[in-house]
Design a protein around this ligand. Structure first.
Ligand SMILES: *Cc1c(COP(=O)(O)O)cnc(C)c1O
Length: 403
């Protein structure tokens, strides 16, 4: 695998620069020979799906996050859907989540016929604000879905306290936060259910894939059934007990992950700590540089957390700049940075506006910060040279547009 190399001509901030041939992406997978060997071994075996690698991956993953159970799915989105089902969400129920996320976090509530209710964010971490959650709780609220934005765990203590008081189920969307810690404990065993994604830009990949971790055996059982059509046992169990009989007891889906995907996941999991260490090193250098750069502000990091840094977003101090985010974005693209924006607040997407009547102004913190956001490259395989280049490029571009 070769990582994209950025054009090394001097950084210019002029508009209208042609885009360099290759962009340094905001995220990228790392696949090595061990990963490839692990996948090939499964492809040559008898079970390429629903075989022994499923349980092996699930057990290794549960051990990593210190949860009792882990149930894998065909994507992070399918895992979120499974968690919404296991939580018992249905028509008439409400689930509170953040607008500053990928739309899948809210969509999984809709899949179950329930209603997502947004609660505004803390503008320094961009995580859901527990005070805002409190304001949105009604007699219909059944679940809360906090997102660990950029890999920084949400205010879990306050959220779990609220959930205890109001009998809510906490489904933590930790798709950004594999390996993150909250008060010294790994994300994955803190909420009632925790959801991870193995999309290639995330910390570890299975191609497409996801996982739900939980300490609750009933949730685990419902999750397993849901990913297999709502059927009470899988093909491998039937083969081993020599019977044709199965019973579909609830409406589920085919959300199974393949054995070769799990083999890739297992191999990737072994390298997660190295990957995390590199991400933290990159984040520390970015933060040290950008704390001293006029025109940009890094995100805040709370004392009780150790973030996993899936993303590295910065906030532009628009009052100190002559242009808006889109000009800065274009200038960074023009010098080879594959910058991105995470996220367009979910309530502002056409579907949500049309069906729920959301308007600009409904969530001022999320909307305000959205105008300032730019996600910089952050992945395990980034070189020191790449890192220095990003820092220099951001400084020059932002300085070039200072008022
Ligand atoms: C990636 C992601 C998802 C969806 O995961 P997929 O594996 O792409 O389906 C959900 N929520 C958040 C916050 C994500 O970043």
């Amino acid at each position: 695998m070769s990582l994209p190399v950025i054009n090394q001509r001097s950084v210019t901030a002029r508009r209208g620069c042609p885009e360099p041939e290759t962009l340094l992406p905001y995220g990228h997978q790392s696949i090595d020979d061990d990963d490839i060997r692990a996948v090939l071994e499964v492809l040559r075996s008898d079970w390429i799906t629903t075989g022994p690698k499923i349980a092996e991956f699930e057990q290794a993953f549960a051990a990593y996050v210190n949860s009792k159970y882990a149930v894998c799915f065909s994507s992070g989105t399918a895992a979120l859907h499974g968690a919404s089902f296991a939580a018992g969400l249905g028509p008439g129920d409400e689930a509170i989540t953040t607008p500053m996320t990928f739309c899948a976090t809210a969509n999984c509530v809709l899949y179950q016929g329930a209603k997502p209710v947004f609660a505004d964010i803390c503008p320094d971490t961009l995580n859901i604000d527990p005070e805002e959650i409190k304001r949105r709780i009604t007699q219909h609220t059944k679940a809360v879905l906090p997102v660990d934005y950029a890999g920084h765990p949400a205010d879990l203590e306050l959220i779990l306290e609220l959930s205890d008081r109001h009998k809510l189920i906490v489904i933590e969307d930790a798709c950004h936060a594999l390996g993150a810690e909250y008060r010294g404990r790994r994300v994955g065993a803190l909420s009632h259910m925790t959801v991870f994604s193995f999309h290639p830009v995330k910390h570890i990949t299975t191609g497409e894939g996801g996982m739900v971790t939980t300490d609750n055996g009933q949730f685990a059982q419902r999750l397993r059934m849901f990913r297999n059509h709502g059927i009470d046992c899988d093909a491998r169990q039937r083969e081993s007990n020599g019977s044709w009989h199965y019973d579909m007891v609830s409406l589920g889906y085919n959300y199974r992950l393949t054995d070769f995907g799990c083999a890739l996941g297992l191999s990737q999991l072994r390298k997660l700590d190295t990957n995390l260490a590199r991400r933290r090193q990159i984040a520390n250098q970015y933060t040290a540089a950008f704390q001293k750069t006029p025109g940009v502000t890094p995100l805040a990091v709370r004392r009780e957390v150790n973030p996993a840094w899936h993303l590295y977003p910065i906030k532009l101090d628009l009052a100190t700049l002559r242009v808006g985010r889109s000009e800065i974005f274009a200038a960074l693209r023009a010098v080879g940075l594959g910058v991105n924006v995470h996220y367009i607040p979910v309530h502002l997407h056409s579907y949500y506006r049309k069906n729920f009547g959301y308007r600009i102004g409904d969530y001022p913190a999320a909307e305000g910060v959205y105008e300032q956001l730019i996600t910089l490259p952050m992945f395990h395989g980034m070189s020191d040279h790449n890192l220095d280049y990003v820092i220099e490029a951001v400084r020059k571009v932002v300085d070039g547009y200072a008022v």
